[in-house]
Write a protein that binds this ligand. Structure first.
Ligand SMILES: NC(=O)c1ccc[n+]([C@@H]2O[C@H](COP(=O)([O-])OP(=O)(O)OC[C@H]3O[C@@H](n4cnc5c(N)ncnc54)[C@H](OP(=O)(O)O)[C@@H]3O)[C@@H](O)[C@H]2O)c1
Length: 313
């Protein structure tokens, strides 16, 4: 994978993909390259204006029509349910989905709640993607070898799961809540990989992180924090470069479930995609199981297609 670039993405004609949060940033460039290489992509995000403008720009840049925006608010279980239900065909069948990129995210927010009362960073970054993946599971299992790419951050390494206070009701730090949500992304993706294998399915669950990429993720209304973020991102790479680990995980041949890709440069901040390792804490299977059970209880979403050995009715 030496100095892998998006030019090496194979032909994806006939493949369908959903990329969350693809109206801008890393997700936009992920969607752009998938469409350029032949995939049909749904941009799933909240902001219609941003999403439809992104789809129009991708159509103009690639000359392909295979991209559309669909409303999805990962902070609202009802919206996630509608997004999944809208994908069912008129005859009640499944369209099939080859690729789900769990990319959308929010970072370092002051404590806020989602529509369902979850702390927003944990709710959007982890619980929303947990529910979305579970509801799209029958579609993913309809396509052998379908991939789920979950986008985490190098900051998962400083994350701690506080199972007694997952929502930061007793103690909340905007950065520790972000790190916890990104650790949850890794625990989730690796547990999904294990459960897919136990159920005898070919679903491939993998991880990517973009290093440090210049996007609006750290947008903040606070001028001092804004200045600090600007300084911290002076050495950041472009959002297009930040999308390469996601694209490698999504489309490169030879990717196996449980793999994790990030940039190959100093401290994994920038560079070309390479295999990277999760923090030791992210390999804790008990924590992964506990997070899974808590996520099922909180969202009400169960991955029941796995119980049927991956076969859905
Ligand atoms: N940039 C970096 O340096 C960096 C570093 C490490 C990890 N990451 C990770 O990379 C991923 C992409 O981040 P980015 O830097 O590209 O950020 P970004 O430019 O801010 O894009 C994030 C996207 O997430 C969407 N989003 C936010 N809340 C949502 C919700 N409730 N429902 C649906 N979509 C929602 C936003 O779209 P709408 O507002 O339209 O919903 C936005 O387009 C994130 O998972 C982030 O944690 C980024």
């Amino acid at each position: 994978m030496a100095r892998w670039t998006a030019a090496e993405i194979p032909d994806l004609s006939g493949r369908s993909a959903v990329v969350t949060g693809a109206g801008e940033g890393v997700g936009f460039h992920t969607a752009l390259e998938l469409v350029r290489h032949g995939a049909d992509v749904v941009i799933a995000s909240r902001d219609r204006g941003k999403g439809e403008a992104a789809a129009a720009r991708i159509r103009a840049e690639t000359g392909r029509a295979g991209v559309e925006w669909r409303a999805l608010d990962l902070g609202d279980l009802a919206s996630i349910g509608r997004f999944a239900a809208d994908r069912v065909t008129a005859d009640g069948g499944s369209r099939g989905l080859d690729l789900l990129v769990n990319n959308a995210g929010v970072m370092a927010l002051p404590r806020q709640s989602t529509a369902d009362g979850f702390e927003r960073q944990f709710g959007v970054n982890h619980l929303g993607h947990f529910a979305l993946t579970g509801l799209l599971l029958p579609e993913l299992l309809a396509r052998p070898g379908a991939r789920v790419v979950t986008v985490t951050s190098g900051l998962h390494r400083s994350g701690r799961m506080d199972f007694d206070d997952l929502m930061g009701e007793r103690r909340y730090g905007r950065f520790s809540a972000y790190a916890q949500s990104k650790l949850a992304n890794v625990l989730f993706a690796l547990e999904l990989h294990r459960r897919a294998g136990t159920a005898g399915t070919e679903l491939v669950s993998v991880l990517a992180h973009p290093g440090v990429a210049r996007t609006n993720l750290a947008r903040t209304g606070d001028p001092l924090r804004g200045l600090l973020v600007t300084l911290a991102t002076l050495t950041a790479q472009s959002a297009a470069a930040g999308a390469l680990p996601s694209l490698y995980a999504a489309a490169a041949p030879g990717v196996s479930g449980g793999d994790f890709f990030g940039p190959d440069g100093f401290a994994e901040r920038r560079g070309h995609p390479t295999r990277v390792s999760p923090a030791a804490r992210a390999l804790d299977r008990d924590a992964a199981r506990r997070l899974w059970e808590a996520s099922e209880a909180l969202t009400g979403v169960r991955f029941s297609a796995f119980d049927r050995g991956g076969v859905h009715p």
